[in-house]
Design a protein around this ligand. Structure first.
Ligand code: SF4
Length: 438
């Protein structure tokens, strides 16, 4: 006899279950919107397990128009949109469809912070059939073709895409170097690496507003300036903080105070920081502390990058400590009994692949780099393109293959709104056996 799970309306498990059933396609893909629109889900998208809408990179066609890429939010009740504060959250600006199961007698609209009305779909009550599988994405149309390639072929395919990505990053870094000097270019790239994956923009703004040459003039005050301009310095009422944090923050305030009027207009807007959905050790406030330590070690780091001495550079980066942040996740958290790395192995690999090696033009090093950081985006890319290969995990652990996968995912999957149907990649692969990079 089939055992059925109870569907608890409005409870978290109910919401998750609804999302799982949606993602499994259990409700179909054609719906009638609450205003009578013809709604077709062209692409179900990626299940977002971090802060923000439930499904991203979906594609929805309304009344037969060109599919629109965007996010889909799914709630048990239409009022959850307001209850959960989505209408005030800029993360939800890209939502193209709000799906819900229940609504009362009142007409309730879903709108974004910019007052854009979102098309709504109410699901018909259906029998609960249990959870669908929890994969983040589905295998794409190209997966069987890529599965048929030999290990040598697939490595070649991915490394061609990775080389294109590497050269593009190197060119971008050198352009910034032309405009602002090589040191500033590298510093900006490393700052962006601190913000990976969700806060690259605010970290870039921070590095542009507080260039390395400014911070180098006052190494002891650099951390306070970074915190002041980032907007992460806790409010002057320090009594709410634990003693250790109070002492640390008081010191930062004393150094920031004389500069605050001059730098006020440069402060990074709080709205661009994305604070949810990340591990505590990766909180951007903590990463600002790590950036300040990096600035303190700049001369040694820069010398080692110039010499391509990656071994010693890794030792310095992973060995960096901070009086407060080596033992705290946030300003308000109690001290951790064990030291917490400022830059761990995963971050180091990320900085090497995206900033340091392209800056130094060291493609050979990238070719031999192994990576443990199977970040969410590369796991999604692997699920879409390599799902049918038994060696997908092994390929993903090679930095070159990971970079190549990301390039293909961005060039093809992120531009596709046809659920693979019109994506040219499978045909190009079949025709060329090696993949042309767009
Ligand atoms: S969109 Fe193209 S590249 Fe992406 S999974 Fe589908 S067929 Fe493959």
């Amino acid at each position: 006899m089939k055992v059925r799970r109870p569907f608890v309306k409005g409870a978290l498990s109910g919401e998750l279950e609804l999302q799982a059933r949606w993602f499994a396609g259990e409700f179909g893909r054609d719906f009638c919107g609450t205003e009578g629109e013809r709604v077709r889900i062209v692409q179900f998208g990626i299940w977002n397990r971090t802060a923000g809408p439930d499904f991203v990179e979906a594609a929805v066609s309304i009344d037969g128009a060109e599919p629109k890429r965007g996010a889909i939010e799914i709630d048990p009740d239409v009022k959850d949109w307001e209850r959960h504060g989505h209408s005030q959250n800029t993360d939800y600006e890209g939502v193209v469809l709000h799906v819900f199961e229940h609504r009362g007698g009142d007409r309730v609209f879903s709108r974004t912070k910019m007052h854009r009305l979102i098309v709504q779909v109410q699901l018909s009550p259906v029998e609960n059939r249990g959870l669908a599988d929890g994969a983040l994405a589905r295998a794409g149309r190209c997966a069987p073709l890529l599965a048929a390639q030999s290990l040598e072929q697939i490595r070649l395919t991915l490394s061609e895409a990775a080389l294109f990505r590497f050269q593009r990053k190197a060119t971008a870094l050198h352009r910034t170097g032309d405009a602002h000097g090589e040191n500033e270019a590298l510093y900006q790239a490393l700052a962006m690496g601190m913000g990976y994956p969700n806060n690259q923009l605010p970290f870039r703004l921070l590095a542009q507003r507080l260039p390395l040459r400014r911070l180098s003039q006052d190494p002891d005050g650099a951390e306070a300036l970074l915190y002041g301009v980032s907007g992460f310095l806790p409010a002057p009422d320090l009594s709410v903080l634990p003693l250790e944090a109070r002492v640390h923050v008081r010191g930062l305030w004393q150094r920031w105070w004389p500069h605050r009027v001059a730098y006020q207009s440069l402060q990074v807007p709080q709205s661009v920081w994305r604070l949810g959905g990340q591990r505590p050790a990766n909180h951007p406030a903590r990463r600002v502390g790590a950036l300040s330590v990096l600035v303190r070690h700049w001369r040694a780091l820069r010398r080692l990058v110039g010499a391509k001495d990656w071994k010693r550079l890794a030792k310095i980066l992973c060995g960096m400590t901070h009086a407060f942040w080596s033992h705290h996740y946030t300003f308000g958290s109690p001290a951790s009994p064990r030291p917490i790395a400022l830059i761990g192995r995963e971050r180091l690999e990320e900085l090497l692949a995206n900033s340091l090696l392209p800056f130094a033009g060291d493609w050979e090093k990238l070719s031999t780099l192994r990576t443990r950081d199977h970040n969410r985006r590369s796991r999604i890319a692997a699920t879409r393109l390599l799902a049918l290969r038994p060696d997908a995990k092994k390929l993903l652990s090679e930095a070159v293959c990971q970079q190549g996968l990301l390039q293909l995912y961005e060039d093809f999957c992120c531009c596709d709104a046809s659920d693979c149907a019109h994506c040219p990649f499978p045909e190009q692969t079949a025709a060329a056996r090696t993949i042309p990079v767009v």
